[in-house]
Design a protein around this ligand. Structure first.
Ligand code: SF4
Length: 377
């Protein structure tokens, strides 16, 4: 059965749809929105589509019909995360510091859990912002000049499968010069409500593409929505041999599947890499205790707070385990259909780093130093 509440349990879910609607009707605002990878395989269920059916094109269309000014795919943010996180892992392996593995950082419920329960591992959590926050920073920078020219203010929103993302968006670390990189987070269920309230016939609308210039993302970005996906995407980036066979080797290494704890040992660029993939905070807690006691040793550990990953986030429509399996299969089908499989092959990413707005600003816009546990609201 689906988790009905956020894994951080104590987070109160506040809906802010009235404020979202007000922003959409304000002519002085440019409302831009990004949509997380896992939303595409779940939102359609509310309108009669099968669980796991990728409806991202229809979601983009519906969002434009609701009055948003621009719509983007968070998979671009995931591609950015992979570029930075794979680099960080490579540097950590070179450093020889193997007291703890490098832990992933894209799940805010996991970050909060680590801050409060295992503060000693915080230095080993990747300094990469989550895909939502990376892309949020890039979008706020991108629209700055246009805002000046047109006398508008950009409001950055994000459709997420996740309740904890609402908490992440208001953390001090993601507010630059007094301005948050993400102004509003809308869950998948809230977007469903907006579509219904507007009378949009979701099952009948035609699919559209996201807005330029961020209109291309990779399959690696899509699979962020399932447990094991971040690891698979990072390995695709790190492996030197960029062949179809290397994609298959990573796929069958043991990091895919619905189990709450997965372990894999991989030969990567001439060295042996030990990887842990956990979903569910109880599983994460057990694994960390084993690492601390010396019973287990890993080079890299991916943690997602929700069992099975974001496909089963508390912001998604309710479903049973069999449907979560379908959502997971849907994510991998979308990756299979993607013409670009690796984040570094995405031309949007290349352009951002080479002469684009990220050149020389990677640290400022893409990385975070957590100041410590935040009081719960
Ligand atoms: Fe949110 Fe995904 Fe983490 Fe669940 S696993 S809390 S949906 S980021």
């Amino acid at each position: 059965q689906c988790a009905a509440v956020c894994p951080t349990a104590a987070i109160k879910v506040k809906t802010n749809l009235d404020k979202v609607w007000r922003q959409l009707y304000d002519p002085g605002k440019r409302v831009v929105v990004q949509v997380a990878p896992a939303v595409r395989v779940a939102l359609g269920e509310a309108f009669g589509l099968a669980p796991g059916e990728d409806s991202i094109g229809k979601i983009f269309t519906a969002i434009r019909m609701l009055g948003f000014d621009a719509v983007h795919d968070t998979c671009v943010g995931a591609d950015l995360t992979i570029m930075e996180e794979a680099k960080e892992l490579g540097e950590k392996l070179e450093s020889g510091d193997d007291r703890f593995p490098l832990f992933t950082s894209c799940c805010p419920a996991w970050i909060r859990f680590a801050e409060t329960k295992h503060p000693d591992i915080m230095p080993y959590i990747s300094s990469c912002k989550s895909p939502m926050e990376m892309f949020g920073a890039v979008l706020k920078e991108y629209y700055k000049d246009k805002d000046k020219e047109e006398g508008k203010e950009t409001i950055s929103m994000a459709v997420m499968p996740c309740v904890a993302k609402k908490m992440e968006a208001v953390r001090d670390e993601f507010i630059r010069d007094g301005v948050p990189d993400i102004d509003y987070v809308i869950t998948t269920k809230e977007l469903i409500r907006m579509i219904r309230e507007s009378g949009i016939q979701f099952d009948e609308i035609d699919p559209e593409a996201p807005d330029m210039p961020f209109s291309i993302s990779s399959g690696a970005g899509v699979i962020f929505g399932v447990t094991g996906g971040v690891t698979e995407a990072a390995l695709r980036r790190l492996v030197q041999e960029k062949s179809t066979q290397s994609l298959r080797d990573i796929k069958f290494s043991g990091i895919r599947g619905m189990e709450g704890v997965k372990e894999a040992v991989l030969e990567l660029n001439g060295r042996t890499l030990r990887i842990g993939v956990v979903s569910g905070l109880g599983n994460a807690d057990n694994l960390i205790e084993k690492i601390k006691s010396g019973e287990e040793h890993f080079d890299f550990v991916e943690v997602m707070a929700c069992p099975y990953g974001c496909i089963a986030g508390a912001g998604q429509p309710f479903c049973h385990k069999v449907d979560k399996k379908e959502r997971m299969a849907g994510m991998y089908r979308s990756d299979k259909a993607a013409p670009i499989k690796r984040s570094e092959e995405n031309p949007v990413i290349y352009n951002l780093y080479h002469g684009g707005l990220l050149e020389g600003r990677e640290h400022e816009l893409l990385h975070v130093h957590y100041k410590g546990a935040q009081p719960q609201e």
